[in-house]
Design a protein around this ligand. Structure first.
Ligand code: ADP
Ligand code: MG
Length: 241
């Protein structure tokens, strides 16, 4: 069963604006980047201008922010299908394996069922898993164990738990999670949590975070098995709340 959701007319003004700005900035940005790279290769320029590295680094940063915003700004690509969440998680874990190894992090998966079908927009749910796994790895600079557990919730849905042994989140900062641009990282965008939360809510699911400083963090995602008629994987309400 595959279904293509049409461009939503429910896009909030803020959401439309964010999507539009992201699209509009990307093209001139690509042109600027190209010319800077050309100038960098030109000896006459590169000997006189010593700031190419900084310029290119900042452009990469803008590209990263735009691509995170665009995840929610592409309603035309939205396809809700029945997908096996356990193989989706295995795929994502393989994708992030090198990053985990480089950080001395072991990823362990624990699935109650071998296959677990849910109705979802596969790429969006992948993005959610990538976000939470990356955050977990980044929270364990000295390495550690990341457990990903998938279990049933009655016949209603599934729980995906991302359990890390990282430095945790102080309780007074828990409420900041999901605020756009809230980050404690030098190279962070502070958009991963907001985008993930929005995606999960648009699937009719929910997100909870438990954390203890210097012990670790558990991020728990609930996703319903059935896609209710209310579910809307489009981008309305982006940037609201
Ligand atoms: P980013 O990763 O770019 O900083 P996120 O929205 O993904 O943005 O996360 C926001 C902030 O939440 C992070 O900067 C970090 O302070 C905190 N955070 C998220 N996940 C974890 C985690 N597993 N352990 C500790 N802190 C976390
Ligand atoms: Mg992140």
């Amino acid at each position: 069963a595959e279904e293509v959701l049409r461009n939503s007319e429910k896009l909030s003004v803020a959401g439309q604006l964010a999507a539009g700005i992201a699209h509009e900035i990307r093209n001139p940005m690509t042109a600027i980047k190209g010319f800077i790279q050309l100038m960098n290769r030109d000896k006459e320029f590169s000997s006189r201008l010593k700031y190419f590295d900084i310029i290119l680094k900042e452009i990469s940063r803008i590209e990263l922010i735009i691509s995170e915003l665009l995840i929610l700004a592409k309603p035309q690509d939205v396809r809700v299908t029945q997908a096996d969440i356990t193989s989706l998680i295995e795929e994502v874990a393989v994708l992030l394996q090198t990053q985990a190894i480089l950080n001395n992090v072991t990823i362990e998966t624990e699935f109650e069922n071998n296959a677990q079908l849910i109705f979802c927009e596969k790429n969006q749910i992948k993005q959610v898993c990538i976000n939470f796994i990356k955050n977990a790895i980044e929270a364990m600079p000295k390495g550690g164990l990341l457990r990903i557990k998938v279990s049933n919730v009655n016949d209603k849905g599934i729980n995906i738990q991302f359990i890390d042994q990282g430095f945790g989140i102080p309780s007074n900062l828990l409420k900041k999670l999901g605020e756009p641009f809230y980050t404690t990282k030098e190279k962070g965008t502070g958009l991963g949590f907001m985008v993930s939360k929005k995606i999960i809510e648009n699937h009719g699911g929910s997100l909870t975070v438990q954390s203890e400083e210097n012990k670790g963090t558990t991020v728990e995602v609930f996703l319903p098995l059935q896609r209710s008629s209310e579910v809307d994987t489009n981008t309305h309400n982006l940037m609201e709340n």
